[in-house]
Design a protein around this ligand. Sequence first.
Ligand code: UT7
Length: 335
Amino acid sequence: MYNSKITGLGMYVPDNVVTNEDLSKIMDTSDEWITERTGVKERRHIKKGDGNSTVTMGVKAAKIAIERANIDKNDIDLILFATLSPDYYFPGSGVLVQEHLEIPTCPAMDIRNQCSGFIYAISTADQYIKTGMYKNILVIGSENHSGGLDFSTRGRGVTVIFGDGAGAAIISRNEDSSNGILSSHLHSEGKFAEELSLIGPSTNRWVPEIIEANDPNDISYYPYMNGQLVFKNAVVRFSEVIMEGLIHNKLKPSDINMLIPHQANLRISQFIQDEFGLSDDQVFNNIQKYGNTTAASIPIALTEAWENNKIKSGDIIVLAAFGSGFTWGSTIIRW
Ligand code: UT7
């Protein structure tokens, strides 16, 4: 059996910076409320006409990751694309990346696991490498949230948290067994599916039905989040799944060199940091600059941590996520 490692990382965020102050001009909110409850100071939003979409941002991040992995795009054996905000209802975004990158008939698959999408995608890539089926897999997490948020005061509980952006990683067969991806641990609990969801339009409630009903109170086409329930479950599940990964690899919390949590809310990250007794140097957060970018948040944070020399060879890196589904997971890496 082979093992796998991350050989290249890349990220892309739109140039357009939207501050808390900017949002407070269009809805009833404030920098104080957003900072205190979430830690977010600003986020990036696609501007209409700037050429960005979930797919094109993913492609930009992917090109950087491919170059850093020092491989030819034609060496990519599989594309895995994680998003909750795809360019099209169908087909998935992976095939559009394959077309943009002009990699002939390379298989492409979409992963629909929202905030934990990148962990699920890494885990999937790792399995294909382990069996020997593929050698190089491009994993992308990308989100265009701003295209689908409610920017009226009605949507403020959700809208202020989320931002746009993309991150990408190349996962490759590793010839050195002393490092690489050690394990991933995945979970879901569908009884909470509607607690963080966007349920319409869907095949249960198709667009003509929504238009015909013409109901101004129907907001099923905007994301819904039961914030407090999500928060309470997040802090428990994050802790559990990080511990599960550590125990599986006979590691202790003090062995963690860098924890990269999904950037859901700075208060959640700080809670986990305290729970595991980690110092500020052992946890990477950049939600202050980008908001919560869902499937893109871990690859964006991992890329920035790596670019800022916060990750060195031999380090134990822990990735962890919790989100809609509910789904959650962790990945333990020896860098
Ligand atoms: O990545 C996916 C996972 N998502 C998460 O991890 C999010 C988890 N949840 C959270 O981060 C928090 O629940 C939120 C940040 C979303 C909300 O914070 P909260 O402390 O749970 O606030 P709340 O929803 O209980 O609302 C408190 C008050 C309400 O007013 P009243 O009813 O007390 O008068 C809200 O209407 O704050 C109000 N409020 C706002 N006020 C100003 C809600 N959103 C805003 C806002 N600006 N943006």
